[in-house]
Design a protein around this ligand. Structure first.
Ligand SMILES: [Zn+2]
Length: 508
């Protein structure tokens, strides 16, 4: 346990926070003084505890199968509903619980496209009753595989009620099971790099290109998923994030217990229409297990890939003309490539026997881009002319979304969370978050490294930055998949940075 290096890290982090956040001089001074005190106390307590042999870090992990037991099931992820007849590969809730004797946290990453807040809240409540882990110290997310079971109404897919109840139970079970496996452990982290599998999917097109939007507004300035290699392509409308942060956990005897990775890639896709799949997220878990030689670990090693900030990122290389991909092969290719990058980072990890843990949560209200009276009138006209659904045309699909969105409240509550594991920061966003947001948080976080797990603790659609809202395009088109106000991104980002600041100041 390197108390000294921990304290140095914390001091450097606080300095970062102090310099980057927009605070008044008095607030800065207050934060600095209380932080210095907290650092000294944390250092002294940790040091004496380790000397007294009292503070032990414990970890437990598990993967619980969440593949539906009844078929066919609705599968969302597109504008039309799909009915899956079977699973190509199993879906899982993958959970890691850490307990440093003071604070306990749980992270559960689920093979689902998006999971609404009521499911997570119910699962947290159940798991909390069973384990004593406070709900606010649990981070639960969806991987965003586009071939899982519909648990929230988006476009023309409606939730499978029976599966929703099943999912609540299984997520809660994942936490209780991981908690029951707690054993003395060590943790460490490192950041890998893989620029080969991520591409910004929003493009500026050459002048003369006709952008088409489902509202006939004619205001779009970018096109989502344009044809690869087209001569009409000008340049991507945003960056990518190639980082592959890795948190590794091993037992006191060196056995690998779990590895939580994060990558800003929407998904890979291409699984046959009638099948469910955990996409590359599930395959990553298998590949990293193999790379670590942990296939026979007892209890079973748990590899976890969480989604970063990938609202505008996908796995299509637009710079090269139409290379045809064998979909299932592509999933394996991406998974093994990213697993290799995670493994390279893993090899550099320095483990710590004990680390401070902290989890902080905030609930903020975000505005909703409600349709106007004229918008609703136009939508109803389109639907009247189209008759009963399901709809195939975008104008009709978005007209239906407009009518459904008209019933939304003016503001929605959104839960945000920051977790600190020693010098590592993890924050949650309940949205399909844009890569710029992730990059900004990573850069400005007082904890280095920090990463974002998106589609966590709820589902509130896309979160374009205000600049990306100006550019328009699919991710900004108003629907139940994109309805937050233009200023939502700034509020989410600022709140997450504030929560990271609180997480640095002290564990509870
Ligand atoms: Zn998506």
């Amino acid at each position: 346990m390197s108390v000294v290096s921990n304290r140095t890290q914390m001091l450097a982090s606080i300095k970062g926070l102090y310099l980057t956040m927009k605070l008044t001089p008095i607030t800065r001074l207050k934060i600095l003084l209380s932080s210095l005190l907290a650092v000294s106390l944390a250092g002294i307590t940790a040091h004496s505890a380790v000397q007294a042999g009292k503070r032990v870090l414990r970890a437990g992990a598990c993967a619980i199968d969440i593949t539906p037991q009844i078929f066919p099931v609705s599968s969302n992820g597109g504008m039309s509903d799909r009915k899956a007849q079977k699973a190509h590969d199993p879906l899982h809730a993958r959970c890691l619980v850490l307990d440093n004797g003071v604070t306990k946290i749980a992270i559960v990453v689920n093979d689902s496209c998006m999971i609404p807040r009521d499911i997570f809240d119910r699962a947290k409540e159940k798991a909390s009753q069973a384990t004593g882990i406070p709900a606010k110290s649990m981070l639960m997310s969806a991987t965003h595989t586009h071939t899982a079971v519909t648990v929230t109404g988006v476009f023309q897919s409606e939730p499978e009620e029976e599966y929703r109840r099943f999912l609540v139970d299984r997520i809660a079970w994942a936490v209780t099971e991981a908690d029951s496996r707690l054993e003395p452990a060590r943790v460490g982290w490192a950041v890998g790099n893989n620029p080969h599998q991520v591409f910004n999917r929003r493009w500026f097109m050459r002048s003369g290109f006709e952008y088409i939007d489902p509202f006939d507004a004619g205001t779009d300035k970018v096109r989502m998923n344009p044809p690869s290699g087209s001569s009409r392509l000008l340049k991507p409308a945003g960056p990518t994030d190639s980082e592959v942060p890795v948190l590794a956990v091993q037992a006191a005897d060196g056995r690998p217990l779990a590895l939580l990775a994060n990558y800003s890639l929407h998904y890979v896709g291409g699984v046959p229409e009638n099948m469910l799949s955990a996409d590359y997220f599930g395959e990553f878990a298998r590949q990293i297990t193999r790379l670590l030689g942990a296939e026979d670990a007892e209890p079973a090693f748990v590899g976890i890939m969480s989604n970063g900030t990938s609202g505008d990122i996908n796995n299509v290389n637009f710079f090269e003309a139409g290379v045809r991909r064998d979909p299932l092969k592509q999933i394996r290719l991406v998974a093994s490539d990213v697993a290799e990058s995670a493994y390279q980072a893993y090899k550099r990890i320095e483990y710590q026997d004990w680390v401070p843990l902290a989890a902080h949560e905030a609930e903020i209200e975000l505005g909703v881009r409600l349709p106007s009276k004229e918008d609703i009138q136009r939508a109803k006209k389109i639907l009247d002319a189209a008759g009963a659904g399901p709809y195939r045309k975008r104008r009709q699909i978005y007209a239906r979304e407009t009518v459904l969105l008209a019933k939304y409240p003016k503001k929605v509550p959104v839960r945000l969370q920051a977790i600190r594991i020693g010098g590592l920061g993890i924050v949650s966003s309940p949205c399909e978050t844009f890569v710029e947001t992730g990059l900004a948080i990573k850069q400005q976080s007082p904890l280095q490294p920090t990463f974002v797990i998106e589609l966590a603790n709820g589902y509130n659609g896309y979160l374009p930055t205000s600049r990306q809202h100006q550019l328009g395009g699919y991710e900004t088109w108003r629907a139940r998949s994109s309805y937050l106000a233009v200023d939502a991104e700034a509020k989410v980002r600022t709140t997450l940075l504030q929560l990271l600041g609180r997480a640095v100041i002290g564990d509870e």
